[in-house]
Design a protein around this ligand. Structure first.
Ligand code: ZN
Length: 251
């Protein structure tokens, strides 16, 4: 964690006028860095902090935007340097940050913080997330949004395989160990993070599990069903072996 503070004595007329106001937050763009601005009535100084690749400015509730912006612009090089270097080192462990792009069912979304939001919401190509525990919010949002397509894919493959009658419920899973599963009663689960993979890879996993409705094993008979529908399936298995771990969000 790196913190930079600028001490500033609150002006008495302002300090007297803002009693009772709570905390508020907004996100500002300084150069190509996003800075979350947090205002608080109790705060007397303007401070700037960079933690885990994210910048936060803490300001007194009454301080003018012009003053805050001037301070941030003055510190722009410092900000950029610290945010970039922290992102570079944390990229290995965490991979994804607010402000990054996010693959979702073949589309590219931009992940943005919205500190006023209680839940994630999507506006065209941007997914806004509450910055606190944003990974958990993201995972919950994805898990909810992918269910219709996952269900449609599995159902369609079950139909093509002549196994529609054996299909139970389709669900979204979050296990660390497998991309999909199929039970003896025909319930199929597909991992939420498959929505980050190329669509062909997602389709392959949907087919892989649907084919287990016919054969609950990986025998040559099982693979013959898969091959019949998707002759190039080996490419997608190879992709998953090589890139699968990258799809998961590290805690
Ligand atoms: Zn299998």
């Amino acid at each position: 964690m790196v913190a930079l503070s600028l001490v500033r004595r609150a002006k008495s007329r302002l300090a007297a006028g803002v009693a009772g106001s709570g905390t508020s937050a907004a996100v500002w763009q300084i150069g190509d860095i996003q800075v979350e601005l947090r205002r608080s009535a109790r705060r007397r100084t303007l401070g700037l902090q960079v933690k885990e690749g994210r910048a936060t400015a803490h300001a007194p509730a009454s301080m003018s935007e012009t003053k805050i912006r001037a301070f941030l612009e003055l510190k722009r090089d410092w900000l950029t340097r610290h945010v970039r270097s922290q992102q570079a080192t944390s990229a290995v462990q965490r991979g994804v940050h607010l402000g990054d792009s996010w693959q979702f069912l073949g589309e590219t979304l931009l992940l943005q913080a919205d500190s006023a939001a209680k839940k994630p919401y999507r506006l065209v190509g941007t997914l806004y997330l509450p910055p606190q525990n944003w990974q958990k919010h993201l995972q919950a949002w994805v898990s909810r949004e992918v269910l219709p397509l996952y269900t449609e894919l599995v159902t369609s493959y079950a139909e093509q395989l002549g196994a529609r009658a054996k299909l139970g419920k389709v669900r979204v899973s979050a296990t660390r160990s497998r991309w999909g599963s199929c039970t003896a009663t025909g319930d199929i689960r597909l991992h939420w993070a498959l929505s980050r993979a190329p669509l062909e890879v997602l389709r392959y996993v949907a087919l892989h599990e649907a084919a287990h409705l016919l054969e609950l094993n990986h025998s040559p008979r099982y693979w013959a069903h898969v091959k019949r529908i998707m002759p190039e399936h080996a490419n997608y298995r190879a992709w998953l072996r090589q890139h699968g771990r990258e799809l998961l969000l590290e805690e």
